[in-house]
Write a protein that binds this ligand. Structure first.
Ligand code: SAM
Length: 206
């Protein structure tokens, strides 16, 4: 898997080391465990997916994580992305809307002894005001529009990354907060499941 990632342009050695260290098979459904190291998304419960390793590595490296960073993730899913961030940052706060996924993710993270990942069930589009502001924010589901509340919970000069757009393909957007201004860069095309919630897609449209 690492060779594939390097071949596809992931150069950040800290990210590559985290991708080597975190064993993806711990986060994959037993039925798909033989494909855990394929560079592909795989189904998890509730019709959701564990993201493709390349996309995890790319989004992580674009966040330029620092050991002191407090990071908010929206869309815990399997907990795999949270574990990768936990290797590189101080603390991860991650929100998942499906309780069943959250419970499985908690179990997998506990088994791997990740003590710096805090999880909660809820609508991540409204963020986690109690622990804001965050140095970095990552949304691992596709937002229909600019996530205003999450932006308001980002530190000045902080970075936020998220897919934005329609159901099948989205643009991966990297934002740097500069005061009240969002400096926005499009960094490629991705395909994520929808972000469902108050500032996401309505549940009945997906
Ligand atoms: N980061 C995950 C991983 O490493 O396995 C993959 C996430 S999966 C592509 C997207 C997740 O976002 C799904 O588990 C979905 O239930 C969740 N989700 C969608 N809308 C959400 C919302 N408003 N708040 C929290 N989680 C949400």
């Amino acid at each position: 898997m690492l060779t594939q990632l390097e071949r596809r342009g992931i150069r950040d050695t800290r990210v590559l080391e985290a991708m080597r260290k975190v064993k993806r098979h711990h986060f994959v459904d037993p039925a798909f465990r033989d494909r855990a190291y394929d560079d592909t998304p795989l189904p998890i419960d509730e019709g959701q997916t564990i993201s493709q390793p390349y996309v995890v590595a790319r989004m992580t490296s674009l966040l330029e994580l620092q050991p002191s960073d407090k990071v908010l993730e929206i869309g815990t899913g399997s907990g795999y992305q949270a574990a990768i961030i936990a290797e590189l940052a101080h603390k991860v706060f991650s929100i998942e809307r499906h309780m069943s996924l959250l419970q499985k993710a908690r179990k997998a993270l506990d088994e791997q002894a990740y003590t710096n990942v805090v999880l909660k069930q809820g609508d991540g589009t409204i963020g986690w005001a109690e622990f804001a502001p965050f140095d970095k924010i990552i949304i691992t589901a596709a937002a229909p529009k600019f996530p205003k509340t999450l932006f308001s919970q980002l530190k000045d000069q902080g970075l936020m990354i998220f897919p934005m757009g329609e159901m099948r393909m989205q643009e991966l957007v990297l934002i740097q907060r500069n005061g009240e201004e969002a400096i926005m860069k499009e960094v490629g095309q991705v395909s994520f499941v929808p972000l469902v919630g108050r500032e996401g897609w309505a549940n009945n449209t997906v």
